[in-house]
Design a protein around this ligand. Structure first.
Ligand code: F6R
Length: 234
């Protein structure tokens, strides 16, 4: 793993944006795995600047998002789909047909998850996967468990995740209790991974980097991936 320590959030966002930009410059038809949440907001802001000044283009990019709340339609204001439209997709030249998202409303969940995995495979696999990290070590919504999950699946969210993300909803009761997420296997199949974490995640980052590899702390599996960059500050 390459570990990059940034002096502050702005610098972390800029460094992460440069990594994505260099990926797109080297391979304009890259397949990106994208994360949501508070941490990447600055990164997406920097990426938009680079797209607006013509440094990068999303015209040939395909994107696959990590996760989506179960039971929320794409159009729901708190869906991760809406988050991506707001922070990135509506501001760059990505083609709508190249945007792939877990469907929180899929009627046949197993079939949907299989199709999502197949679509990633058909696109040639994820070239660069962006990740955040939860305090409990979750990546995507792979919560601490007894074994690592192989592929995209439906999960029950941990109480700490519900507590952390309820801030985006009118009340905690409105916060979905389940989500669809790429599995640990899906994430590990990405050719390259960039994980970003802000100051409050310091303990989680240290446990991921130096703790035992265990599904009880899912991010620890990244110690076994051969091409991971971690940018954090704090
Ligand atoms: C979001 C995701 C989550 C977040 C994590 C950290 O797509 O996959 O794993 O990256 O919960 O969220 P923030 O950045 O809000 O602290």
């Amino acid at each position: 793993m390459e570990i990059i320590r940034a002096p502050n959030y702005e610098d972390l966002s800029k460094k992460a944006a440069i990594i994505i930009a260099s990926q797109l410059i080297q391979k304009p038809q890259s397949v990106l795995g994208l994360a949501t949440g508070g941490t990447p907001e600055g990164l997406y802001m920097e990426i938009v600047k680079l797209a607006e000044n013509g440094t990068i283009s999303f015209a040939q990019v395909q994107s696959f998002n990590l996760d989506e709340y179960y039971g929320l339609a794409a159009s729901h204001p708190q869906s991760y789909h809406s988050y991506m439209q707001k922070h990135l997709f509506s501001k760059v030249d990505i083609k709508q047909e190249n945007i792939h998202f877990p469907d929180g409303m899929a009627s046949d969940m197993q079939m949907f998850c299989n199709c999502y995995e197949q679509a990633m495979g058909n696109a040639g696999g994820i070239d660069l996967q962006i990740l955040g990290i939860g305090h409990n070590g979750h990546i995507g919504f792979n919560e601490p468990a007894n074994c690592f999950s192989a592929s995209t699946h439906l999960v029950s969210l941990a109480e700490s995740t519900i507590a952390a993300n309820s801030r985006y909803f009118d009340s905690s009761a409105d916060m979905p209790r389940k989500a669809i997420t790429m599995g640990i296997g899906t994430i590990m199949r990405a050719k390259r991974i960039l994980l970003i974490a802000s100051a409050s995640k310091r303990a989680a980052v240290e446990r991921m980097l130096y703790g035992p590899v265990t599904p009880k702390f899912p991010a620890s599996i990244l110690q076994y991936h051969t091409n991971v960059q971690v940018i954090y500050y704090g």
